[in-house]
Ligand binder design. Sequence first.
Ligand code: CUA
Length: 332
Amino acid sequence: MFDNFPLWPTRASTIAGNVDALYIFLLIVSGMICLLVFSLILIFAARFRKRKGVPAEQIEGSHALEITWSVIPLGIFFFIFAWGAFIYFKERTPPPSTLDIYVVAKQWMWKTEHMGGQHEINSLHVPAGRDVKLIMTSQDVIHSFYVPAFRIKQDVLPGRYTTLWFRATKPGTYHLFCAEYCGTSHSQMIGEVVVLEPAQYAEWLGGGPATPLPLAGQQLFSSLGCSTCHRFDVQGRGPNLTGIFGKPVLLEDGRTLTADENYIRESILNPGAKVVSGFKPIMPTFQGLVTEDQVNALLAYIKSLSKPAQGTVGARASGEPATGTTPMNQVQ
Ligand code: CUA
């Protein structure tokens, strides 16, 4: 009966039920408080109305009453806070093993890139029942990746990566919106997320020729000359990148940080910012020389050097012939 007038979108991810439960709880609590306040207004208006010949009685405060109406709401608010924080951390922390997909936003479209090299525009195909992590960046202004059916939303920023993860539960086609005003055609920056059964998804992946993203990155690594300094056989002028992803890195200034997506991205585009201990700041910047898609490919390659299981590329890139051009079907 309510099929054409749903109260909320379909629940199609593992987190959706959690978000809805909290939302319904907030609605019920707000509704009850609203009802309480309005009832008391009406009751008091009737009970303490002005009567002829009855002088107004001055009522002093009541500590017991004040403490009660402070402590009970405080408890309720802390409960809501803890519940919200629990969902937030669950939604913000990707599980250890995910299917990684790159997303590049631009005015006004969504580009998605799979590890196998498949590219899509305003569309994202994912398998049901699998944890998917989106590694997202923008080519221009701030956008926001929003899939109501999954109850997830994350800003997509220029100059850095933000991530988002979900596990779709129901095959189907769901709306994808940009939820951050990003210019004239913001409202047309929409697309669809297509959730397929794992078998159909495998079939979809095999649908056309594509260069796996780590392989495209490996070819770039050679053609851009990265492999002349970042060597895998002997110590080069740059650090050996084997196995560095996700590991702590000691910097020249004594700080230690984790080699995550954003660190690798920064090291490609602004290499002087965080130089690894023991190395000289001699690497040139690749800002403006590589597209977002190419940075993603390089990142996928560097990650593959730490995870041989994912898109096995092997750890020796220096011997690869330079190809000169990018093999990816780029959409600019
Ligand atoms: Cu992109 Cu709004």
